[in-house]
Ligand binder design. Structure first.
Ligand SMILES: Cc1cc2nc3c(=O)[nH]c(=O)nc-3n(C[C@H](O)[C@H](O)[C@H](O)COP(=O)(O)OP(=O)(O)OC[C@H]3O[C@@H](n4cnc5c(N)ncnc54)[C@H](O)[C@@H]3O)c2cc1C
Length: 330
């Protein structure tokens, strides 16, 4: 089945999306906005949000969409995405309901991509398994954490990942964790690769001690980062050649509290941009981010790289090579 390219975002494409979703028994909704699906609470309308509940459904859906030439992007909890304010003409595959159940077999823990990372950290700590307790305060899903190689307080998800389940030709396929490059907030997963779940290899330890380390990481986070605010965590990566972190660089330029419309540099942590108000706009957050980058470039000679992913509203056919680069950079 193919979509008539003269009618890319029109009734023909919509009919095909509806037909695929109905046939596979998966929810497909219209009228959603990124402002509802991301932690920054900004971003424009999305043509379709498809929400699979199982790994098999998700694999089947993306295969059918690919076959029909319909563009899609995977979204977990949206805690690392800044989507712009325009209308986004692609399908968002919302994976936050693909939770499945956690299976623990000795040191091996199998989990679906939609499962919450903080929840998993608690589950495995209770089961006396160590290796991800530093990640307990990172919001988001396992899929987002794998994609970004999420890390904090000495732990990174990639170092404990034994296998990743991915969608290939409509099927769930396992790839070894050591075949993937796990870098600082970046991996070798390619655009168009849907992560369905993972098996982690953790180490047995005393549950009380694991919990104590997790609590310690959480309280250090609470002491240094804004909580209860609408953010996407650190906006920029730490520069590789600098001995001080990006937050400190921005703070030393006196930018804490700096505002652009509905976006503010957090007074608590200068590498956090937070949004305020019901009608907050992505363009304010982006303008503030660019102002920070410009000043850091001019005054420190450092080119800040985005840690947050910028999702531009552009035709689905353009979500290809240059987005791969953008995602690598982000
Ligand atoms: C307050 C706060 C604190 C944070 N602290 C940290 C921190 O300490 N360390 C850290 O690393 N991050 C941190 N983050 C950022 C964020 O929480 C992590 O990057 C998290 O892992 C993103 O998960 P998500 O489900 O929200 O992903 P999303 O934001 O939904 O997506 C992020 C990227 O992953 C892709 N993706 C998501 N799921 C899949 C999938 N199943 N298959 C393929 N691609 C997928 C998306 O397409 C997107 O490219 C913080 C964020 C907030 C709001």
């Amino acid at each position: 089945m193919d979509v008539d390219q003269t009618d890319k975002y029109g009734s023909e494409r919509d009919r095909v999306v509806e037909e695929i979703a109905a046939r596979l028994g998966v929810s497909a909704e219209r009228g959603k906005r990124f402002a509802e699906l991301t932690s920054l609470r900004v971003g424009g309308a999305i043509d379709w949000v498809i929400t699979p509940k199982t790994e098999e459904e998700a694999a089947a859906i993306v295969y059918e969409l690919d076959q029909a030439g319909i563009g899609w992007r995977p979204l977990g909890s949206g805690s690392n995405v800044l989507a712009d304010d325009a209308d986004h003409h692609y399908i968002v595959l919302n994976l936050s309901n693909m939770k499945g159940e956690v299976h623990i077999d000795g040191e091996l823990v199998s989990v679906s991509a939609g499962y919450s990372l903080p929840r998993l950290c608690i589950d495995v700590a209770r089961a006396g398994l160590s290796g991800i307790e530093g990640l307990g305060g990172i919001p988001g899903t396992i899929g987002g954490a794998l994609w970004m190689n999420a890390g904090a307080y000495g732990h990174e998800i990639g170092t404990v990942t034994e296998k990743v389940r991915v969608a290939r030709k409509g099927k769930v396929v396992e790839v070894p964790g050591d075949s993937i490059e796990w870098n600082y907030r970046r991996t070798s997963f390619r655009e168009g690769e849907l992560l369905l779940g993972a098996t982690l290899r953790l180490k047995p330890d005393d549950p009380e001690q694991i919990k104590a380390r997790m609590d310690d990481a959480k309280s250090r986070r609470l002491a240094t980062q804004p909580h209860g605010s609408r953010s996407a965590g650190c906006f920029f990566k730490n520069p590789p050649a600098s001995t001080i972190g990006t937050g400190k660089i921005i703070d030393e330029m006196g930018m804490k509290g700096q505002r652009r419309g509905s976006a503010v540099v957090s007074p608590v942590h200068a590498n956090f941009i937070v949004t305020e108000g019901e009608n907050a706009r992505a363009e304010d957050a982006l303008a503030l981010a660019e102002e920070i980058r410009e000043r850091v470039r001019r005054e420190q000679g450092i080119e800040l790289e985005y840690e947050v992913e910028l999702w531009r509203a552009k035709p689905e056919t353009e979500i290809s090579a240059d987005d791969t680069d953008q995602r690598k950079e982000a």
